[in-house]
Design a protein around this ligand. Sequence first.
Ligand code: A3P
Length: 891
Amino acid sequence: MLLCKTLLRKGRHCCGLRLLRCAVTIVAVVALVMVLYSAYYLGQAHVIQAMHHQPPTVRVTCGAPPANGAASADDDARHRSAARLRLEPKVLLFLESQYSARAKELSTLLTASGIRYKIVTSAALPTFTAGGRGRYGALLFESYERYLAMDAWSRAIVDRYCTDFDVGIAAFMPAREESLHGATLPGSALRIHTNLALRDARLDPESPVLRMARAGETLWGAVPGEAHTVFVHNHTSYRPVMMAELGGPELAAGRLQGAPLTVVVQDCGYHDGIRRVLFGVSPMFWLSKLLLLDALSYLSHGRLAGDLERRILVDVDDIFVGKAGTRMKPADVEAMLASQERLRSLVPGFTFNLGFCGKMLHSGTDEEDAGDDALLAAADKFWWFPHIWSHKQPHTFANRTAIAEQMALNKAFSAKHGIPVLHQYAVAPHHSGVYPVSDQLYEAWREVWDVRQTSTEEYPHLYPAGQRRGFVYRDVRVLPRQTCGLFTHTIMIDEYPGGRQVLEDKIRGGELFQTIVTNAISVFMTHLSNYGNDRLALYAFESVVRFVQCWTRLRLQTEPPDRLADLYFQRFPEQRDPVWGNPCKDQRHLNLWRLAGNASVCDRFPKLLILGPQKTGSTALLSFLSLHPTLRASLPSPQTFEEVQFFNGDNYLRGIDWYLEFFPVPNSDSSVYLFEKSATYFDGDAVPKRVFALLPKAKLVVILLSPAARAYSWYQHQRAHGLPVALEHSFLEVITATNQSTRALRQLRNRCLEPGKYAAHLEAWLRYFPAEQLHLADGERLRTDPVTELHRLQDFIQVSPRVNFTKLITYDAEKGFYCQRVPSGSGGGSRTRCLGGGKGRKYDPMSDDEERVLKKYFFIFNQRLSKLLKRIGKPVPDWLVRELTDVPATG
Ligand code: A3P
């Protein structure tokens, strides 16, 4: 107001030139006032920050030095006892519903930590033992009430298992709306108070449950969530693990004031012989997740404990690539080097791993170009790996030569500037070509840089992050890459999506922290821009490393990528073989897939697979089905006797681009129904999992022929192919071969007998596919009455038009089998086209002895098959009924 009056007074004295000067003065004063006003009221912090902007400083402190001792290799063995030897490293997880947020949190945590688990949601209990060993190292209840409410029978089984095998129970108290005060927890001397708000959580440094978790400083502030439970105890069986203070209006009630409240309690089992760890806080709270991993280790005698080594590697992609205005300046390079030194004191060997594209050198502002020079001047202080010269996505190049040329330019660049590239590691821009795999990238990498390791966050998918895995393709070891919450565009802390607290939360117990906790090896991805501007990467990594050291005993270390790849695949050898997914089902993958440019590529996956087994009439079925106008079989493979045989054996490692070459591009007629037959699929161990990963909706056809007839046909097939062992031995000798027989004879025996154990193989398929997707053709009827079988199959596939196969096939007396009808001449007559001499061979029937031996041998397997067929609602073929009657007596 005062200011307004002054301005008015001034205005009265203004005239002419003076008037103009006065006006200018007034405008200037008003402008100044507005700037100050807006600085003060509208965006004070922002304006002032813009004038003196400083990157955020690391503020993670740990109070007193860690109370429960420094980390040492002995911690790895902390919970171990001889009892662990009788237990499987698996959790039995009791969930209220698989879909609740808590349930998801628990299963995500276990999956991300590499802990195997079996989920129980219904009242039915699984079997607890196998071969004298306990199948579960610990039991975990999403809700302890589920355990308390078990019927007496089930409860006795669970308790008996726990006492017999000394296996413990971890359980969460359910969040409840009503408040209980001082209620006694059934079956214990614990009293509970529920529905409390809590704050200032801390761990008891004396608790023997702590292994990975360290009693760091108090976690000041409210414990996330509202309806917590506390345990009150005064018996030696109970010990606190986590404590907290009351955080809500209960303070006023004064009922629980005084002693610290136990929110996670260890029950040593002095009452009933069962050790427990009970959680009064939700599994959503990061500290309870950390404690849960320790509890599972403690309760399983260390059987569910991983080691405490954690390797982290921080990649900095896009060196020289960043947009002008967002790149690093000389001061940022200095800050990065200083941060690297500080990190080395906490993480031995810590070194930033820089990925470069030479073409973009000096493409920033003058100061940023000086930043590029500063990076090059400090080249020997970092590790380096190549992108390609121009940052173009490898899967978009025309061919391998074009990629290799670009890589060669980058290589020359590194030589010119003295950039040391030492670890046979490379990363492709935007993961392109790494997964989905593109051969031209892998070949060019090999040719130019002799690359042996890379990383991606796309395998098998970006999300869920806890399920990322590694694989080996063309001798290049692909490591899973983790996200740290920083992207090319997250460069200023106050502009962090959702606010800076979101980043803080990721560091303080959230995603970034959890990633380090749950992964033995974490390769993180950051970008050049995260080191300029607010240097968010320096902030995030220094903070999270301090936080990890404050709250855990994990031993952090950095090693170069070649060493990490050694360690990773030593630890997870089962991950070496990739499992291919369908890129059409993940838009990110589709964007990175070389074949995505081809029209209708997503229609080129088969919808139907004939799985075999071998010698059941699979070729006849393939040839008859191919007569259908809509069904189109894969092109024959010259290499594998016509069959593609992709999902079993080494062809699988050639990748799906190779597989799809066998499926012709559909023309404009999109009703074409593609299918494939490889009779080796049925009994291939890895096949069901692989098929499910690529073709989860595929319809599957299995032909069931008497396993004795199948075995004999296989033997004859081998004789026809001149296999010496088959020519030298009678069929009886083959099927009665013992473990003392020659290797060749045992192998032939196995190939005769093993595929015929139908039930076991079918169960393997049913672990992935619902029975509705499976059609069981009768191999005997396929031979004697194929038309009926084809019509059944046609109904199953539901393909149109519905064809009358009587018109397409007919019996050929000379061949002794059904054959294709082929029109001959103009008179409307027809002749037949039969399968070649290798199918439907002429040989003597089995001897009575051979038949008897096989009937007896397969009896139990056939019995299992019959039970299985009834269980899944499939018809029992006549031959099976025959095999199960009049079985010769044993002996
Ligand atoms: P044999 O040659 O021992 O008689 P597959 O194609 O799976 O290898 O199976 C070969 C078997 O298919 C043959 O074994 C034969 O018995 C059976 N088969 C069924 N229908 C046939 C047909 N129409 N033509 C030829 N073989 C047929």
